[in-house]
Design a binder for this molecule. Structure first.
Ligand SMILES: *[C@@H]1O[C@H](CO)[C@@H](O)[C@H](O)[C@H]1NC(C)=O
Ligand SMILES: *[C@@H]1O[C@H](CO)[C@@H](O)[C@H](O)[C@H]1NC(C)=O
Length: 266
């Protein structure tokens, strides 16, 4: 009996705490061991947001407003150190939304990360609408890396798959400017919590933050879609889009996600 009791207690503690999510408030200092950024053509209006621009859970809150004629970004990052431990990330930023008469900010509308700790804290800290995914990075003998981002436990149905290859082409000027100054100001709407997934928490207030990126190295990289038909995204979990130019940047260094400002809900 005692043995059964102790075994039960042990299992309870193990199951409870193996599943518990650490709370890691802002600011976060992140080490980027491998990052890639690609520029997307500006969208004329939110009517042109492509299918897969956001998870259906947050799309109603992430679509509204006026999108300004500015570039979008696809960013892939491997963090080797973070307050919640290492994780991988895929970001889609369709562009910049007008916030009020004087302010505007980029909006992350679709984002996958490889750990629940990042999902929960990213949502809570900065209104970043993160969802969990499985990431695979496979490097070939020719120096190219294939990145696959799939629903958890479903590698046969990727949201996103692309090959990243070194090139001697110059890095597009828009990328260099995107990572300097106040360009990477995010203004993120609040959104509701998931009814079915406890780590997909919601928030009540809009948040504004300026990402601080300090990259140590820069090299040009070519992206090519590795889904059937040369697609990058499947058009459901990630947009079926192509960058403005196939050439982007490979980055490594540090990224700071600061304490955000709470701004009035629009
Ligand atoms: C616009 O929003 C910013 C906060 O992001 C605020 O400081 C500023 O006062 C607002 N301006 C107007 C005209 O509402
Ligand atoms: C992430 O959290 C969800 C909701 O609690 C859970 O169903 C899922 O198994 C967790 N996944 C991992 C890899 O911990």
């Amino acid at each position: 009996m005692l043995l059964h009791y102790l075994l039960g207690l042990f299992l309870h503690i193990f199951l409870c705490c193996a599943d518990s999510i650490p709370v890691a408030p802002a600011p976060w200092d992140l080490q980027v061991s491998e990052g890639y950024a690609f520029v997307l053509a500006p969208l004329v209006s939110t009517a042109f947001l492509p299918p897969g621009f956001a998870n259906p859970l947050e799309a109603p809150e992430l679509r509204p407003g006026i999108i300004l004629p500015d570039i979008g970004l696809i960013i892939i990052t491997r963090y080797s150190a973070a307050p919640v431990g290492p994780y991988d990330e895929l970001i889609y930023i369709p562009g910049r939304w007008a916030y009020n008469l004087t302010d505007s900010g980029l909006r992350i509308t679709q984002i996958y990360v490889s750990t629940n700790a990042s999902v929960s804290n990213g949502r809570t800290n900065w209104n970043i609408p993160e969802h969990l995914a499985d990431f695979d990075f496979t490097t070939s003998a020719d120096g190219s890396t294939t990145v696959t981002v799939s629903p958890p436990g479903d590698a046969s149905n990727p949201h996103f798959k692309a090959r990243l290859s070194p090139t001697t082409a110059p890095i597009p000027i828009q990328i260099n400017t995107a990572f300097t100054g106040d360009y990477l100001t995010l203004i993120q709407p609040s959104f509701a919590a998931s009814a079915t997934n406890s780590v997909e928490v919601g928030t009540d207030t809009w948040k504004q933050l300026l990402l601080n990126v300090q990259t140590d190295t820069l090299a040009a990289t070519i992206i090519s879609g590795a889904l059937p038909g040369g697609k990058i995204g499947n058009g459901i979990g990630f947009p079926d889009i192509q960058p403005l130019l196939p050439v982007g940047a490979r980055l490594s260094g540090t990224l700071v996600f600061p304490v955000p400002s709470i701004v009035p809900n629009m």
